[in-house]
Design a protein around this ligand. Structure first.
Ligand SMILES: [Fe+2]
Length: 312
């Protein structure tokens, strides 16, 4: 997921456009929140107009959906605001309709939005990953200290999706009224957020109101935080969320990255040394022994190419 830093941004400040990609019917309008211009992956605010109806079908991209306002029917199921869907690539959803209209958050995680009309899943779809939940009614708020080191008390989460390999997470988070946290955070992962309701304040970016959004690449300082009346938001990371806290508002992303690497060197010195040197005199990217495509050699910046004959 490579997208530029977008922050602060509020979708209420821009207007909807008609979706013209094939497969989507009329009455599907969108605002782009963020876009990976290499893969077409994007996050959209979507307005389904009254009477919108779309046939059963799948996307070639993994898709997450949150019902922000209004009601949609997915097959026979009525989904109110707060309903969350994790839809693997190639998973055919039944007919979707909205009698009185709805506002959705739609995140196409791995490719551009598409809708291939079908009542069958794609043969390679990992259908076992599909799940959905009424996140407002059927999950309770958990303390935010499931992430270590912990955010301040009063920031709570509901975990919606978790990738056991990358530790990427999708979740709701809320700040209770009068929440405040006085330190500055950055992470080793990209972080995305959308305010479903309410306003929070951040030292670097000011007030983020209802409809407020950020796509924040790794190592960017954010915080202190506060929220006078509280807020509820959808959040997502692309890998493990670790809270690097500090109090230096002037540190740069490069300095934050070096500090993070220094912390790794202290915590896992042998792993760190091995990743950086590979018993060799230059950096070498790590390999996963479970990967099916093994790299046997590599090319240096000066154009020379060689193979390692030692076994990693
Ligand atoms: Fe963060």
């Amino acid at each position: 997921m490579s997208r530029p830093h977008i922050e602060p941004f509020c979708d209420r400040d821009v207007s909807f456009k008609n979706m013209i990609l094939p497969g989507f019917g009329s009455g599907f309008r969108y605002k782009t929140l963020s876009l990976d211009n290499e893969t077409g992956a994007c996050s959209l605010t979507v307005q389904l107009d009254s009477g919108y109806k779309q046939p059963p079908g799948f996307s070639y991209s993994e898709l997450e959906i949150v019902v922000v306002e209004g009601v949609i029917k997915v097959g026979d199921m009525t989904c109110n605001r707060g309903h969350y869907f994790f839809v693997p690539a190639g998973y055919a959803l039944p007919q979707i309709e909205s009698e009185h209209g709805a506002l959705l958050l739609m995140m196409y995680n791995t490719g551009e939005p598409n809708l291939i009309e079908s009542d069958q899943h794609h043969q390679f779809s990992r259908t076992e990953l599909y799940h959905h939940v009424d996140s407002y009614k059927d999950i309770v708020w958990a303390p935010g200290n499931v992430v270590s080191p912990s955010v301040a008390a009063g920031c709570m989460i509901k975990l919606l999706n978790y990738n056991p390999d990358s530790h990427a997470m999708s979740f709701l988070y809320c700040m209770t009224p009068q929440f405040h946290q006085d330190n500055i955070s950055y992470h080793d992962c990209a972080e995305e957020g959308y305010h479903l309701w309410g306003t929070s304040w951040m030292m670097q970016f000011g007030d983020l109101p209802t409809g407020g959004y950020f796509w924040r690449p790794p190592y960017i300082n954010h915080g202190a935080f506060a929220s006078e009346y509280g807020c509820i938001a959808f959040g997502r990371t692309d890998s493990k969320l670790y809270n690097h806290f500090h109090y230096n508002p002037w540190s740069t992303p490069d300095e934050n990255q070096l500090r993070s690497a220094a912390r790794l060197a202290k915590r896992d010195p042998f792993l760190y040394k091995w990743c950086v040197n590979m018993s060799h005199n230059h950096p070498h990217g790590p390999e996963d022994f479970e990967d099916t495509m093994k790299r046997k050699g590599h090319t240096h910046a000066d154009g020379t190419h060689h193979h390692h004959d030692h076994d990693h």
